[in-house]
Design a protein around this ligand. Structure first.
Ligand SMILES: [Zn+2]
Length: 168
């Protein structure tokens, strides 16, 4: 299963393209010191093309529905929460998830139910969650060691049962 790759344009050498390759919208000009460029770079058939953020999000959303899998980002609650780590014998901090976003930060879902944190055998803190993506039930995992990056899959059985969140 090959994923379309959307990347930031830090290595982008294509300075000519000033319009979105998908919708033709004018792309913002990044100035020195800008943290983001204002557009995404899509690798398509070996070539890199620039697309606007809303097209980048639409591409991610369409890919997710086609493949039943999503690589996205979590918007986290600001309240630090604690969970006891029995191996490390100390509390670890975790944050609840309020929304799932695409790489440019556009909200894909703000109907997120956090099932809870869990600590793996390797001491890696994970947060399991369920969410609604365009009316479908999905479940996902956020790995604290990976920052706000999350992986998610569509539930095989489209029910609202809480059990679906643990099919990981
Ligand atoms: Zn566009």
């Amino acid at each position: 299963m090959k994923r379309r790759v959307i990347v930031s344009d830090q290595n982008d050498q294509n300075n000519e393209q000033r319009a979105c390759a998908k919708c033709g919208a004018e792309l913002p000009k990044a100035s020195a010191g800008d943290f983001t460029t204002g557009y995404a770079v899509l690798k398509e058939n070996g070539a890199e093309v620039r697309v606007c953020y809303s097209c980048a999000t639409a591409i991610e959303r369409a890919w997710a529905h086609e493949h039943g899998e999503l690589f996205a980002y979590a918007k986290q609650d600001e309240t630090p929460r604690r969970v006891w780590d029995p191996r490390a014998r100390k509390y670890q901090t975790w944050y609840a998830i309020t929304a799932i976003t695409s790489w440019p930060g556009n909200v894909l879902s703000d109907h997120v139910d956090v099932i809870g944190p869990a600590i793996s055998n390797f001491g890696d803190l994970r947060v399991y969650f369920r969410f609604d993506l365009d009316g479908e039930a999905w479940y996902g995992t956020a790995y604290q060691s990976a920052g706000d990056y999350v992986r998610a899959k569509r539930c095989k059985h489209q029910t609202t049962s809480a059990e679906n969140g643990r099919q990981n």
